[in-house]
Design a protein around this ligand. Structure first.
Ligand code: SAM
Length: 311
């Protein structure tokens, strides 16, 4: 479905819960306001939403959170959304992945992104507000064993993973693709971001990383691939690069608010329209409002935290 700027919007990220079992410093500072059960989209509503999106021309859906694996009913959600759409992926912190990997695979999830910033247990605990690295590593092993392809997403942070070697070696050892993502500023995390954020491309070049292909390493306009000590690292310059011209996505929060832009100030309710005949037309009217570009560089920071939007 085309937006107001002529971009074909085909990718929806659906947050299935606002709750998370971690409290990452750059994502969702604790404490978070508690939502009521009835405020959150039900399993059936999420599945119906996926069907509506596919009916409107969407081809890819990502289940996210909060942390999707803490959502009660995540397996029926995964199953139903996989029945609706052929390309369904999940982004998880991996803490509960060992428990769910086989069932997620059986539900139809074959590709999973695991957020992992470091393989140092102590630093992991600090960054995530108490997370246990061991559980995540077991989760990744279980996902690989279940036959899923795994991408490891690490938010680039000074003093955490600016030496990428341990993560690079770990990712290679488990057959996972590693992507280092520039930290994005949100209104609630500006302090941490100003202290820890790095320009991803400058960082990669300072370490002597070389683009892997003649097109400068661009595989999809967003992920730039670099070679580093015989391995490949995807670098996503989410802030210093601007991918808005090629943006093909929308976000829907766990309460059914649609954000045309991750960093836009506007969110629109879609819950009432789920399963209705007007859904596609309503969606079209919202996509017409998708801004040409985010305003991060002008200092227009998102007031909703990343954990509530879903990344
Ligand atoms: N709990 C799940 C997880 O950890 O993957 C899904 C939700 S989380 C909001 C999705 C992704 O957003 C994670 O990879 C996380 O690292 C990333 N993220 C959160 N805050 C960010 C920020 N300020 N800049 C860049 N990425 C961020």
């Amino acid at each position: 479905m085309l937006d107001g700027c002529g971009r074909d919007i085909t990718y929806a990220r659906i947050s299935v819960t606002d709750l998370c079992n971690l409290g990452c410093a750059y994502c969702k500072p604790r404490p978070v306001p508690k939502l009521k059960h009835e405020d959150i989209l039900s399993v059936d509503e999420i599945i119906a939403l996926a069907n509506d999106l596919v009916g409107a021309g969407f081809t890819k859906i990502r289940l996210t959170g909060g942390e999707p694996l803490v959502r009660k009913g995540i397996l029926p959600i995964a199953r139903g959304v996989c029945e609706a759409c052929t390309d369904v992926r999940m982004t998880t912190n991996g803490v509960l992945l060992a428990r769910y990997a086989d069932d997620l695979r059986a539900a139809g999830i074959t590709r999973i992104n695991v957020s992992l910033d470091t393989v140092d247990a102590e630093i992991y605990r600090e960054v995530t507000g108490g997370g246990e690295l061991k559980a995540v590593l077991e989760g990744i092993a279980a996902a690989r064993k279940a036959g899923m392809s795994v991408k490891i997403n690490a938010v680039l942070q000074r003093g955490v993973n600016d030496d990428p070697l341990p993560l690079t070696e770990y990712a290679a050892s488990v057959g996972a693709e590693l992507r280092m993502i520039e930290m994005m500023p949100f209104a609630s995390t500006l302090g941490y971001v100003s202290e820890k954020a790095l320009n991803a491309e400058e960082w990669a070049r300072a370490l002597g990383m070389l683009p892997v292909s003649s097109d400068g390493g661009h595989s999809d306009g967003k992920v730039k691939k670099f070679s580093y000590r015989g391995a490949e690292i995807g670098v996503i310059a989410a802030v210093s690069g601007n991918f808005c011209a090629a943006c093909n996505r929308i976000r829907i929060t766990s309460t059914g608010m649609l954000l045309p832009c991750l960093h836009g100030s506007k969110a629109y309710p879609v819950r009432d329209k789920i399963g209705s005949k007007e859904f596609a037309e309503y969606l079209r009217s919202l996509l017409a409002l998708k801004p040409l570009s985010h305003g991060i560089r002008e200092g227009n920071y998102q007031q909703i935290d990343m954990g509530s939007i879903g990344g």
